[in-house]
Design a protein around this ligand. Structure first.
Ligand SMILES: [Zn+2]
Length: 470
């Protein structure tokens, strides 16, 4: 039994991030006017921009900048046999326990973690049962405080649907909403091989929605029932699996540094309990406000995935080396991360408070490439048409290259602090001097100086100015 070092938990910061997300239109509860839907969230106007920028950065690094990786967008619905072959129908489950007093449902492994005992989903049933039996008198129900639980039941995480079934009795043959995107990659491996120029070693990458019937959803967008994954599966010669694995680990670590996460907020977690086919499994953990938790999984999966689908489908999924004619089933290494988890890590990293004259100012120090809005354009006053026209002209020009926002509402200080809170790198203001001199003030994110102290840039030089900055 391994004790976890309790991480520094900053609940206040988490609350503030959640409040900011709602107040500024990053994240809302799903169908909120009807009371919401547990563990499902919607991205608002700035949230969708940030999420899109995260996905674009991932796609750029993982697909477009690598000649050995191609993209894919498989459908959410798949032949149910996929999930039987992959083992999900029988084995994709969480250990469920119920409070005998109030019937609140808990994940036994999470309840154990709360009291400092590492129990992960890859442990077999007997091990978790055992840990739970030994420790359950120390666990308190988060709803009612009682310490009286049922024994553990396995609860399958696959979400079912009646797609294409009109019999009214679809639960016998449900079509699943995919529980992970990578199965779409495995079953298309042969298609990609036959229709593109890739040769082993090569990767297939995909961004897409996945669905899991999580028993307890926790920590905002960290664990949700509908979520989006960014996954890359890399197909290797068996002898090269662990060599490529180390390269992938190094690449993924560097990726997060390039994305703007501080190295001190990242760490590797080695899986002690490997599933039988796995060669190695590490997670990259991020130091969220609630402590270090999984951001990404980097796993060496052997030939398990292609073997089970070759068996399940009756198709030959082996690879023939064009030079040596050697025939083998490729081994797979994977990198798998959630958009929501990256989103939360980026927000945690960027969230900054500044004390100014007893007042707390909030600045979201997002990396420029991820910021939802790059430049905000303001006329100093709303009711001076000369100012508004000139600002509008600048906005119309800059929006062709950057995501910009035009705002003429309220006093200029409020507009600046609003842009600070959504992480906009630059605000540009057209004032009365602009009409004389054809220049504007440029304010960098978080700058607290007044308008007269801000640097000025000629309107004709704005494009060059921003090309240099971005
Ligand atoms: Zn209870």
């Amino acid at each position: 039994m391994k004790k976890i070092t309790p991480a520094k938990v900053d609940d206040k910061k988490m609350e503030k991030i959640v409040a900011l997300c709602k107040r500024r239109g990053f994240v809302y509860s799903s169908s909120e006017i009807y009371g919401g839907l547990a563990a499902v969230y919607d991205f608002g106007p700035y949230g969708v921009e940030l999420a899109n920028n995260i996905k674009a950065a991932w796609w750029r690094a993982v697909v477009q900048l690598r000649e050995d990786v191609v993209g894919l967008d498989a459908a959410i619905f798949m032949n149910p046999k996929v999930w039987q072959a992959s083992g999900h129908v029988d084995g994709f489950s969480d250990p469920l326990t119920e409070c005998k007093k109030c019937h609140n449902r808990l994940r036994a492994d999470h309840a154990l973690e709360e009291i400092g005992i590492r129990a992960d989903e890859k442990m077999d049933q007997a091990t978790i049962d055992d840990l739970f039996q030994t420790n359950k008198n120390k666990i308190k129900c988060p709803a009612c405080g009682a310490s009286d639980f049922t024994s553990i039941k396995k609860f399958n995480l696959l979400v079912q649907s009646n797609l294409g079934n009109f019999t009214g009795d679809w639960t016998k043959e449900p079509v699943y909403l995919r529980g992970e995107t990578c199965q779409g990659i495995y079953v298309n491996y042969k298609n990609v091989l036959d229709s593109s120029r890739v040769r082993i070693p090569f990767g297939i990458a995909q961004i897409g929605k996945a669905f899991r019937n999580e028993i307890t959803a926790r920590q905002f967008v960290f664990r949700t029932r509908e979520f989006e994954q960014m996954e890359m599966q890399y197909f290797t010669h068996p002898s090269q699996e662990l060599v490529e694995y180390e390269k992938l680990r190094a690449a993924r670590w560097q990726y997060y540094l390039d994305l703007g996460l501080k190295e001190e907020n990242l760490r590797w977690h080695k899986h002690e309990n490997l599933v039988f086919y796995a060669k190695a499994a590490y997670d990259i953990e991020y130091n969220y406000p609630f402590g270090f938790s999984e951001l990404e999984g980097v796993h060496a999966r052997g030939n398990y995935d292609l073997s089970v689908h070759a068996k399940g489908s009756g198709q030959d999924l082996s690879y023939v080396d064009p030079l040596t004619q050697e025939k083998f089933i490729p081994h797979i290494i994977e990198s798998s991360v959630g958009v929501g988890r990256t989103f939360l890590a980026i927000l945690s990293e960027a969230y900054t408070e500044k004390e100014i004259k007893g007042e707390t100012r909030l600045v979201l120090n997002l990396p420029y490439k991820l910021a939802p809005v790059k430049i905000a354009v303001f006329p100093l006053l709303k009711n001076k048409s000369d100012l508004v026209t000139k600002a509008q002209e600048i906005y119309d020009e800059l929006k062709l290259e950057y995501n910009c926002e035009f705002d003429d509402n309220g006093n200029i200080g409020k507009r600046y602090s609003r842009q600070d809170e959504i992480g906009t790198p630059y605000c540009l203001t057209v004032d009365f001097d602009s009409l004389e001199n054809n220049d504007v003030t440029i304010r960098e994110r978080g700058d607290l100086r007044g308008g007269s102290e801000l640097p000025r840039v000629k309107i004709s030089e704005l494009k060059k100015f921003f090309t240099d900055k971005f």
